[in-house]
Design a protein around this ligand. Structure first.
Ligand code: PGA
Length: 251
């Protein structure tokens, strides 16, 4: 069984390199002694190089990637550039990119393929815009199957699947976290799809995490009752004290 993984998603925060270094160092100092957890901080591109030199325990992540190696793609940051700078984890298909930048399932699939082929870890985000009934909507399964199209089974170990219902993200108006019980059902649903695609062993071993208004008070319930293997944490990762408490509560 792998250690739980907590992935901080800083989104487009903070506004300066100085603040980014300060926040990362505070977090690193606070989590140094927690051994039973893996921690990734996914930061904006401009801060990656300077944080690479100041972090030891925390692993560095990015929040997006371009699927081509390098070339005439103005404004894009390629998988090779990220790999060469020491990035090990890349968030792919976050709902904010789908909503504000029209990222499609096809683009997400290309990004995942490039990242896992390059030996990095993809953090694939899937989740529905709204939940009408108790069941996990079929769109979640469609997103997963589309993202994994054409990906061979030996690469699945390089993919972390983040179930992140959009309505649960803390910056959505009227948001509230999902319940551990429904996160559990999402976990079972996702595992079943992976088992159907790749076989029982791969399905059972897939790393599935939860995201959406996770904080130091609710994290344990998502891991214990929800049987999630970690969390993707937005807002709470920007407050060093709160983030350290969150990690402490599961380690
Ligand atoms: P939140 O964000 O923890 O602030 O809800 C999670 C995310 O969007 O990745």
């Amino acid at each position: 069984m792998s250690k739980p993984i907590i992935i901080a998603n800083w989104k487009s925060n903070p506004s300066s390199e100085k603040e980014a270094i300060l926040l990362a160092k505070k977090i690193e100092d606070g989590i140094l002694n927690f051994r039973n957890v893996e921690i990734v901080v996914a930061v904006p591109f401009p801060f990656i190089s300077s944080l690479r030199n100041s972090l030891k325990k925390i692993k560095l992540g990015a929040q997006n990637v371009f699927w081509e190696d390098c070339g005439p793609y103005t404004g894009e940051v390629s998988w090779r550039q990220l790999k060469n700078i020491g990035v090990k984890f890349i968030i792919i298909g976050h709902s904010e990119r789908k909503i504000y930048l029209n990222e499609t399932d096809d683009m997400i699939n290309k990004k995942i393929k490039a990242v896992v082929w390059a030996g990095m870890h993809a953090i694939l985000c899937i989740g529905e815009r709204e939940r009408i009934e108790n069941d996990i909507p079929a769109i979640v399964g469609d997103q997963l199957r589309n993202a994994l199209a054409g990906i061979k089974k030996n690469f699945i170990k390089n993919i972390i699947i983040a179930y992140e219902p959009i309505w649960a993200i803390s910056t959505q108006s009227g948001s509230s976290p999902d319940t551990p019980d429904s996160a559990f059902r999402a976990m079972v649903y996702i595992r079943k799809i992976i088992s159907d695609l790749y076989g029982r062993n791969i399905g059972d071993g897939a790393r599935i995490i939860y995201g959406g208004s996770v904080n130091s008070r609710n994290i344990s319930s998502f891991l214990k009752e929800g049987k999630m293997m970690g969390a993707l944490v937005g807002g709470a990762s920007l407050d060093a004290g709160e983030f350290i408490k969150l990690v402490k509560n599961i380690s």
